[in-house]
Design a protein around this ligand. Structure first.
Ligand code: B12
Length: 217
């Protein structure tokens, strides 16, 4: 799919009005709402780069977050109408301790719910022991840890370690997926998670695949 460089640039420039106009127009034209979200995600990644280079300050990140929230207000109803699934399976997820980024996690939660999965969202800044306690309570098929900060990799690692501490207990065997735009293969290996995801639709496909395998076993 070709990227909408105009939309990406308007997100990068934090031009709220222009971004919302483009999104509205594309939705009216019947464009795939998930493709629109992906373009905005790319814009956000570039906003992050400007922040890293000292061209934007914290206020820039806050503004970008606000713009994305408004984009989701427009796109979410269309996604919910368009996407319907009757998947079954229980997924427990949350943003790990020390991290309050939740835009991506919320998109992942919404999309999984649209596909029919039962999602238990623990919110943000979730300590490792809370993940494990909640897993014992709700007995999920999969666990998802979200995080965007480099410092979150350690908390993710602590969380995975706590899950795996008792390998004979059912909770110790639940597959763990980590998600967030800054994650890669090396991070996944460091954290000790089973899978990693940087795009919510890939997250849905992975959950479908893993749960199909589990139901055959
Ligand atoms: C918006 C933003 C903020 C907002 C967040 C608002 C909110 N409610 O979430 C605010 C202003 C609060 C913020 C704060 C900070 N931020 Co910030 N932020 C960003 C920014 C620009 C965009 C993040 C985002 O929403 N992207 C859009 C979403 C849709 O993408 P996503 O999160 O990747 O999610 C997708 C997938 O990854 C996946 N997914 C996500 N989670 C999960 C989970 C599972 C289980 C699965 C399967 C999939 C999945 O699905 C999503 C949809 O496709 C990023 C830049 C970047 N590269 O991402 C920096 C960034 C993450 N922030 C950064 C920093 C430094 C900070 C601060 C420390 C700044 C400060 N000095 O205070 C604080 C930290 C606060 C804290 N304790 O968490 C750095 C982190 C650098 C690092 N190496 O650690 C980044 C990378 C910017 C940069 N390049 O420097 N930030």
């Amino acid at each position: 799919m070709t990227k909408d460089t105009h939309l990406i640039n308007e997100v990068l420039e934090l031009n709220e009005t222009e971004v919302l106009m483009i999104v509205q127009q594309r939705l009216q034209d019947g464009d795939d709402p998930l493709a629109i979200v992906e373009d905005c995600q790319e814009g956000m990644r570039r906003v992050g780069e400007r922040y890293e280079q000292g061209q934007y300050f914290l206020s820039g990140l806050i503004m970008a977050g606000e713009i994305f929230r408004e984009v989701m207000e427009l796109a979410q109803p269309v996604i919910k109408k368009k996407v319907r699934g009757n998947e079954s399976g229980r997924i427990l997820l949350g943003t790990v301790q020390g991290d309050i980024h939740d835009i991506g996690k919320n998109i992942q939660t919404m999309l999984l719910s649209c596909y029919g999965f039962t999602v238990y969202d623990l919110g943000v800044d979730v300590p490792p022991d809370v993940f494990v306690t909640e897993a014992v309570k709700v007995n999920p098929d999969l666990v998802g840890l979200s995080g965007l900060l480099t410092s979150s990799y350690d908390t993710m690692r602590d969380t995975v370690t706590l899950f795996r501490r008792n390998p004979d207990h059912p909770v110790g065997q639940i597959p763990i997926i980590i998600g967030g735009g800054t994650i890669n293969d090396q991070v996944c290996e460091y954290v000790g998670a089973d899978y990693w995801i940087v795009n919510a639709m890939d997250g849905v496909r992975l959950c479908q695949r893993l749960l199909a395998v589990q139901s055959v076993e």
